[in-house]
Design a protein around this ligand. Structure first.
Ligand code: FO1
Length: 315
């Protein structure tokens, strides 16, 4: 990647945030825009909580909890302990510092400010040089039909620890949701050099973004190459329920199934060395690389692989 232009990354969850950080560190300031899934968002204890936006805010600001990938590092838990004594709901863990994010976001949303505007202010205050956008300022809520009936996303993911078997996933509100304006504009911007689909769970982190009205078509019409990174390595997900969900939905649990899931949207697929480069039944160009991101160097190296793959495949 040389010269002017910017990169757009679609991300949700922990894995996506790791690559977003790698991209942020190898690109010039202001050359990265990250679009976050908001299908995980929910109202809890009267607070508007946006987990994937917060995972990106904390990760890009270097204040994320390295053990969990969500919430802040060096947290204290006085609020949770006090809530427990009062019989409040403590299944969704809110650290004292993280609580400030939810309280301030809720206050500003109630005052009529958009999620985008609040997010942009938060990222600037945290010293983040990348632009961070919610996929939409309209509400979209992921819900799952399981063998225990319909569950809201955080109920399924946190309270039930992904145990119920998933039969169907829906994104309530997505068809009526408008893409965040700068996100929509970026996809048609001549300065856009690359779109990266980060190694997030395709079913619950990327699909909600693609389900927002007009996004899939805008991505197909996008002049820039679209490169996706596989979240599956040698048949297993690095973290979270991706593999379990794919199996429950009847998908083969391998990188090729992810490439097919993105068929028609991507120009290049980055797979782990354990799986690639040849993927049976997959037409799209594939590049094999180390996709497990343990160190900061791993994050930056994978980011460079993604940028180079795009350079090699200008539409
Ligand atoms: N994930 C958990 O597994 N347990 C939690 O208690 C938890 C709390 C939490 C608080 C704030 C936040 O931004 C994220 C939090 N997450 C928690 C992760 C959350 O469930 C996200 O939706 C996942 O990271 C998937 O994107």
């Amino acid at each position: 990647m040389t010269g002017r232009g910017f990169v757009l990354a679609l991300s949700g969850g922990i894995g996506g945030a790791k690559l977003a950080l790698g991209l942020c560190r190898v690109l010039p300031p202001g050359a990265l825009t990250v679009v976050a899934n908001t299908g995980d968002d929910f109202t809890h204890l009267g607070l508007s909580i946006s987990p994937d936006l917060d995972t990106l805010l904390y990760t890009l600001a270097g204040i994320d909890n390295p053990a969990t990938g969500w919430g802040r590092r060096d947290e204290s838990w006085t609020f949770m302990a006090a809530l427990e004594t009062l019989g409040g709901e403590t299944w969704f863990r809110l650290g004292d510092g993280d609580l400030a994010t939810h309280v301030e976001r809720t206050r500003r949303l109630r005052a009529g400010e958009s999620l985008s505007s609040i997010t942009d202010d938060f990222r600037r205050r945290l010293g983040i040089t990348a632009r961070l956008l919610p996929m939409s300022d309209d509400p979209v809520r992921t819900r799952l039909l399981t063998d225990e009936g319909w569950l809201d996303f955080q109920d399924y993911f946190v309270r039930r620890r992904c145990a119920p078997a998933v039969r169907k996933i829906v994104f309530e509100g997505a068809a009526a949701a408008r893409p965040q304006p700068q996100f929509r504009a970026a996809l048609a911007d001549d300065d856009l050099r690359l779109v990266v689909i980060c190694p997030s769970n395709p079913l619950i982190s990327i699909d909600p973004i693609l389900a927002v009205a007009g996004v899939r078509d805008a991505l197909k019409a996008c002049p820039a190459p679209v490169v996706a990174v596989s979240p599956i390595i040698a048949g297993r997900a690095v973290k979270g329920p991706t593999a379990k969900m794919m199996a429950e939905l009847g998908l083969p649990v391998d990188a090729a199934a992810v490439a097919r899931h993105y068929a028609g949207l991507i120009d290049c697929f980055i797979v782990d060395e354990a799986d690639g480069p040849a993927l049976d039944g997959v037409e799209v160009a594939t590049v094999a690389a180390r996709t497990l991101m343990e160190s900061m160097a791993d994050r930056e190296t994978l980011a460079r692989v993604v940028l180079n793959a795009a350079g090699a495949r200008q539409r």
